[in-house]
Design a protein around this ligand. Structure first.
Ligand code: NDP
Length: 237
C-alpha cells in the first residue's frame, strides 16, 4: 500500500490488463485516477464503477486526442502509459498498416503524452511507461516490429529523464515479461514456449506489475530515473 491521497494520476490504456490493475492499485491507494480506453467501453465503465476512477475514451493512435486528454486530466502528479498493441508475424507478410498503428500507439503516443504532461506537472512528479522485456531480448522470430517499439521506450525515458530532471520529475520504463492478460493469456498456445525462456516458469500477474508501478510512483523512488525496471521471471536473464 502506498499513500496516494492528494495525487492526480492518469493511466493511458486502463480498461483492461496491466493498465486496469494499475488503476485498481492507484485508486485503492487513494489517488484521483483518470484512465483511457479505445474500444472496451463496457470494461471501462465497469472499472470506473468498481474503483471510482474516471474513464475517458481516447484513441492513443490519435495524437491530438492524446494531448487533449492529458491536458484535460492535468496537472498530473503521475502519468502511466500502458496502452499498447502487439503485432507479431513474419515481417515479409505482416500488414504494414498494423505495424504503423502499433508504432503510433506504442511509440508516438507515449512521447507526446509524456511531453504534454510535463508542461504542467508539479516538481517531483512521475512518468512511467510500460515497455517490455522484448526491448532488451527478442528470443523468437516474428517480433521485430514489436521489439522496435519497446526499445524506443528505453531511449525516450533516458532522454526525457534528463530533460525533466531539474524539476525532479522521474521517467522510467517498466519492462514486464509474459504477463497474463487478454494480450498474452497464461492458458494461450505460446505459454509453454515462453516459459521455456524463463527462470520462474509462469506468467506474471498484472497486480505484480501494478505493485512495481506504485513503488516507482511512490515517495521512496524519487532517485530512480531514466531506468529500465524489468519484471519478467528471468525471461531476459
Ligand atoms: P491488453 O491487450 O490486455 O490491454 C491493452 C490495454 O491498452 C487496454 O486497456 C486497451 O484499451 C488499451 N489500448 C490499446 N490500444 C489502445 C488505443 N489505441 N488507445 C487507447 N487505449 C488502447 O494488454 P496488456 O495489459 O497485456 O498490455 C499493456 C502494456 O503492457 C502494453 O504496452 C504491452 O505491450 C505491455 N506488455 C504486456 C505484456 C504481456 O505479456 N501482457 C508483456 C510485456 C509488455 P481498449 O481495450 O479499450 O482499446
Amino acid at each position: 500500500m502506498t499513500d496516494f491521497h492528494g495525487k492526480k494520476a492518469l493511466v493511458l490504456g486502463g480498461s483492461r490488463g496491466i493498465g486496469a490493475a494499475i488503476v485498481r492499485r492507484f485508486a485503492g491507494d487513494g489517488a484521483d485516477v483518470t484512465f483511457t480506453y479505445a474500444g472496451s467501453k463496457d470494461a471501462a465503465d465497469a472499472l470506473a464503477v468498481e474503483t471510482g476512477a474516471k474513464a475517458a475514451r481516447s484513441d492513443a493512435a490519435d495524437r491530438a486526442a492524446v494531448i487533449g486528454t492529458v491536458r484535460e486530466a492535468g496537472p498530473l502528479d503521475i502519468l502511466v502509459i500502458s496502452a499498447g498493441t502487439l503485432a507479431l508475424g513474419n515481417p515479409l507478410d505482416l500488414d504494414p498498416d498494423a505495424v504503423d498503428r502499433m508504432i503510433d500507439v506504442n511509440v508516438r503516443a507515449p512521447y507526446h503524452a509524456a511531453v504534454e504532461a510535463a508542461r504542467s506537472m508539479p516538481d517531483g512528479s512521475r512518468i512511467i511507461v510500460i515497455g517490455s522485456v522484448n526491448g532488451d531480448r527478442m528470443p523468437f522470430a516474428g517480433g521485430a516490429a514489436y521489439a522496435l517499439t519497446k526499445s524506443a521506450m528505453q531511449g525516450m525515458a533516458r532522454g526525457l529523464a534528463r530533460d525533466f530532471g531539474d524539476r525532479n520529475i522521474t521517467v522510467n520504463v517498466i519492462q514486464p515479461g509474459p504477463t497474463s492478460t487478454d494480450m498474452n493469456p497464461e492458458d494461450g498456445p505460446m505459454s509453454d514456449f515462453m516459459h521455456g525462456f524463463m527462470a520462474i516458469k509462469r506468467h506474471g500477474r498484472a497486480e505484480e506489475i501494478a505493485g512495481l508501478a506504485a513503488y516507482l510512483a511512490g515517495p521512496e523512488a524519487g532517485f530512480i530515473t531514466g531506468s529500465l525496471q524489468t519484471i519478467d521471471g528471468g525471461f531476459g536473464a
